[in-house]
Design a binder for this molecule. Structure first.
Ligand code: URA
Length: 183
């Protein structure tokens, strides 16, 4: 099966997933989207309300800021893959529960296996904790290699939107991404 079809099948599986209680309150699951052979793969925390309504990742306020960061770094949204640790919106925008992350993480891992990107960009502490087991972006920051895969830990766009210092740091971080994939 080709990668595009594999991702599509996985998205269908996610759309009907009932492995945690979030299926009871979500409107649409948000599997993620992007190029099937993207070199850069972004991982956020969980879909917000706008994402829940549309079934697409990073299309709300944080998404607009992510678009700004991508543009500033010379990357095009259509060339990358974008998803989150959770594929369903936790209502009230509360942080994901450990049990929800555990239930959902296999989907992210399968997406990573299929796309097999050169670089996985972890946006915020939830993505960092889920994939690297590290606690804080303020401590584990930038390029990290684990099990033969390259990761880049940075802040979540919603933090960058709120704090000018983090925004500047994220702009610097995103510039390094393109340089990395160019080799
Ligand atoms: N924040 C995330 O972490 N993911 C989204 O899809 C939207 C906002």
């Amino acid at each position: 099966m080709d990668k595009k079809r594999e991702l599509q099948k996985l998205s269908e599986e996610i759309a009907s997933c009932r492995k945690c209680d979030l299926y009871q309150t979500r409107r649409k699951a948000v599997p993620g989207e992007g190029k099937e052979d993207a070199e850069i793969f972004f991982v956020g925390e969980s879909p917000g309300e706008e994402e829940d309504r549309l079934g697409r990742p990073f299309v709300g306020r944080a998404g607009r800021f992510l678009d700004e960061l991508l543009k500033a770094s010379g990357l095009r949204r259509e060339d990358v893959f974008i998803t989150s640790v959770l594929k369903s919106h936790p209502s009230g925008n509360r942080p994901p529960k450990r049990s929800e992350v555990e239930a959902c993480l296999p989907y992210l891992k399968r997406q990573l296996e299929i796309v097999n990107p050169k670089l996985v960009v972890l946006l915020g502490n939830v993505a960092l904790r889920s994939l690297l087991g590290a606690e804080k972006v303020s401590q584990t920051h930038g390029f990290v290699e684990k099990n033969g895969r390259m990761f880049f830990a940075t802040y979540h766009p919603s933090a960058g939107m709120r704090f000018p210092k983090i925004r500047r740091r994220m702009l610097e971080d995103f510039k390094k991404l393109k340089t990395f994939i160019r080799g």
